[in-house]
Design a protein around this ligand. Structure first.
Ligand SMILES: Nc1nc2c(ncn2[C@@H]2O[C@H](COP(=O)(O)OP(=O)(O)O)[C@@H](O)[C@H]2O)c(=O)[nH]1
Ligand SMILES: [Mg+2]
Length: 394
């Protein structure tokens, strides 16, 4: 798609990617929109630019209000607990009732749509950790401004609970609608075959790094350098994971895309006719190529399946709990929450930056220990429920 751009349009995008202030970005995008070809191949890019422009204008407005001392509405919620989970979906699907049933948060539940306009957080307890659930405004094509805001909340979160309704309307359509709107804002809920991340850095030139079977299917590192230079990006680290195309690289320059693990909650399973609608949704989601989207029927009204959500989220986030202890004392009450695959090194880094340098050995109790108190090194891989005692030079 971006390959069809005229040199002029590409130059405007280059101006956008290199702009430093919000005002400069707005200016560059306006110029881009005025010269961007209106043919089919550029459709997505046009849509993106229009949305991004709206986002930037909102940002500018917020910045101005802040300067004047007035407190604007809180669009982003400070992260708390083990992970932040965005609860999103079309209007009236039961997002607010779910969040309030799961967390006790005082969010507004109403029989009419568009009552939740700003994010509302609440904490869901699972064993000895908490997940922060963030209730959000509805996503729909009729309210693009709100959709932009929701995409921001989703981007900021660690995972997504996508709530659709089995009471009315086709749940497959609801799912596809939300998926597409988020995609236009650079948030993916289905795991892509590969991802490209571009980080500006102080080093010289373009450094292409391949991780997790990273591969460019239709080009070489030289092509990546050429594409970046077309956008006047001369110093950057390009991180490629999985299989990507040159088009993915080009899109990543102009529109950073993120993937967020998602659980679809098919809500209102208590109403008559819900089972048939659920089956359709189940078939649709099982047929997705990467099998990366999880699905669960629930009822915020009767509470059906709600008690399982903590555990499902824990698995979906792929995290583990690790307890630290000092020699001759009890393990900490509050676990560290780490990604699955984390090592003793990750724990040492979290405790103190010096600890890695002075590290001697660690003693381990729990599922990853061969025997209680096993001595291990920094590269030992931990498991959920482990206790770690680090010994360091004084
Ligand atoms: N039957 C039924 N109704 C529900 C369920 N969850 C929510 N509702 C109703 O759906 C309407 C919208 O709920 P709300 O939480 O405000 O939806 P939101 O717009 O997605 O935040 C309200 O009238 C709720 O009582 C459910 O599981 N079953
Ligand atoms: Mg609501």
């Amino acid at each position: 798609m971006p390959a069809n751009l005229t040199a002029e349009a590409r130059a405007k995008l280059a101006k956008y990617t290199n702009a430093r202030t919000i005002e400069e970005k707005i200016e560059a995008l306006k110029e881009f929109l005025s010269v961007c070809p209106k043919h089919k191949g550029a459709e997505n890019l046009l849509l993106w630019a229009t949305r991004r422009l709206a986002e930037l204008r909102e940002e500018l407005e917020r910045a101005r209000r802040k300067k004047q001392g007035g407190r604007g509405p809180r669009i982003f919620i400070e992260k708390e607990g083990a992970a932040q989970v965005a609860v999103i979906g079309p209007p009236n699907t039961g997002k607010s009732l779910l969040v309030s049933r799961l967390t006790g948060a005082r969010t507004r539940v109403t029989p009419y749509p568009f009552s939740t306009l700003l994010p509302v957080p609440g904490m869901l307890r699972y064993k000895d950790i908490y997940f922060q659930l963030v209730d959000s405004p509805p996503i729909s094509p009729e309210a693009p401004h709100l959709a932009t805001r929701v995409a921001g909340i989703a981007r900021n979160a660690d995972a997504i609970l996508l709530v659709v309704s089995l009471a009315d309307g086709d749940p497959v359509e609801q799912y596809e609608m939300v998926k597409n709107i988020l995609m236009q804002h650079g948030v993916l809920i289905e795991r892509p075959r590969g991802t490209v991340r571009i980080e500006r850095y102080g080093g010289e030139g373009v450094d292409v790094v391949f991780l997790n079977g990273g591969r460019i299917v239709d080009g070489t590192v030289k092509d990546v350098e050429r594409i970046l230079s077309q956008y006047r990006v001369y110093r950057a680290r390009v991180i490629i994971e999985g299989e990507v195309s040159l088009e993915d690289v080009e899109l990543a320059v102009i529109r950073p895309t993120v993937y967020r693990p998602t659980i679809v909650l098919a809500n209102k399973v208590d109403v008559p006719g819900a089972k048939g609608r659920y089956r359709r949704l189940y078939e649709h989601i099982s047929s997705l190529k990467e099998k990366s989207v999880w699905l669960m029927p629930v009822s915020a009204r009767t509470g059906f399946n709600l008690e399982k959500l903590g555990e499902v989220l824990f698995k979906r986030l792929d995290i583990i709990r690790v307890y630290t202890k000092q020699p001759n004392s009890e393990p900490s009450r509050n676990p560290l929450v780490l990604r699955r695959g984390a090592t003793v090194l990750d724990v040492a880094k979290k405790i103190h930056s010096d600890l890695v340098e002075y590290f001697l050995y660690a003693k381990i109790w729990g599922p990853s220990a061969k025997y209680p108190g096993e001595r291990v090194g920094l590269d030992h891989v931990l498991e959920d429920g482990d206790i770690v005692e680090i010994h360091a030079k004084r």
